[in-house]
Design a binder for this molecule. Sequence first.
Ligand code: FAD
Length: 337
Amino acid sequence: MEPNGILIYAQKDENNRIEPVVKELLTKARFLKEKLWNQRITVCVIGERINYENIINELGSYGADEVIIVSDDRLKDYNKIYYSEIFTQIAKQYPPRIILVGATVQGKDIAAYTSTKLETGLTADCTDLDIDDKSCLLVSTRPTFGGKLTADILCKTFPQMATVQQNIFKSEKTEHKATAVFNWIDIDKIENKIEVINKTTKNHSSNDISNADIIVAGGLGACRDNGFALIYELAAKLNAMVAGSREAYERGYITKSQQTGQTGKIVAPKLYIAVGISGADQHLAGIKNSGKIIAINNDKNAPIFKYADIGIIGDLFKILPEFIAEVDKDKEVKNEQ
Ligand SMILES: Cc1cc2nc3c(=O)[nH]c(=O)nc-3n(C[C@H](O)[C@H](O)[C@H](O)COP(=O)(O)OP(=O)(O)OC[C@H]3O[C@@H](n4cnc5c(N)ncnc54)[C@H](O)[C@@H]3O)c2cc1C
């Protein structure tokens, strides 16, 4: 069968809600579809007790033409073998021209397994997707050579696979309806080699800076004299999440999942407060979709000021306590009103 259409993996959160990256991929897929003579967009949802109607309506409203749902009690929690094998089998039956997966921990796991099983190429962590006018192949754009160059990669085997991080593309609804496609994957035939011995649950989305409205981020400038204590204090007052540069991560002030930038998370908060961060290209790559950026830096020539909506030139150890005091005052005034 000729490869046809775009297949998207729909990751859900622990409350069975579709992850935002899936809606972003669907929005981009609508653009790719137009360049591919309107080939169909199919979304694959794997899980347990899925509300068929809601999910199909929701995915349809972002552009899905068809939704394949594989639902089974054994699929309640993410299991690499079950999920990856089901997704691979669907891709084999289909077979699609393009496969798009969110570059989440789970998505990267599934995409790597599927591309190996399908013996095809996978371009990871893409920053843009397009269709080449001449060859009609997927053009997957991603940074290379330490972020100094951007490469357009054309995979000549099918399906052409790409992963994309959250917040790279915008998600937009459309007037569209999807239909359900029934697909019988025999889960009994999948040899599950994973036995869960102990399970701890963690609310990933509430800890994930990708979904934060306000972020206070610290850089090397804050990595001394309790600079990060001030950052955590301001974040708590603003109901914000804490992030930081790679320098802050390497010095142990934040975890890897709090690092923003090209090799960290791509974020799109309404407000990003960059404290003691110079504004290297690799850092900016992760924050450029922020609504507003406030930069605090004692070097008036720091590159971050070119991108900031509000720039405060000065010592963070003086400015942050004043900032925190102002937030306290503001809260007091609001409480009195
Ligand atoms: C392949 C590759 C991938 C990378 N990926 C990432 C990534 O994902 N994310 C990332 O962040 N970086 C990444 N980097 C590293 C990046 O190039 C920079 O080195 C890094 O972002 C710099 O971090 P910084 O701004 O905290 O430190 P610096 O560049 O050292 O800046 C510190 C800033 O703090 C200011 N400062 C110092 N003291 C004070 C004070 N008292 N008050 C106010 N301001 C003060 C200074 O003026 C300076 O501007 C990557 C690099 C490579 C090569």
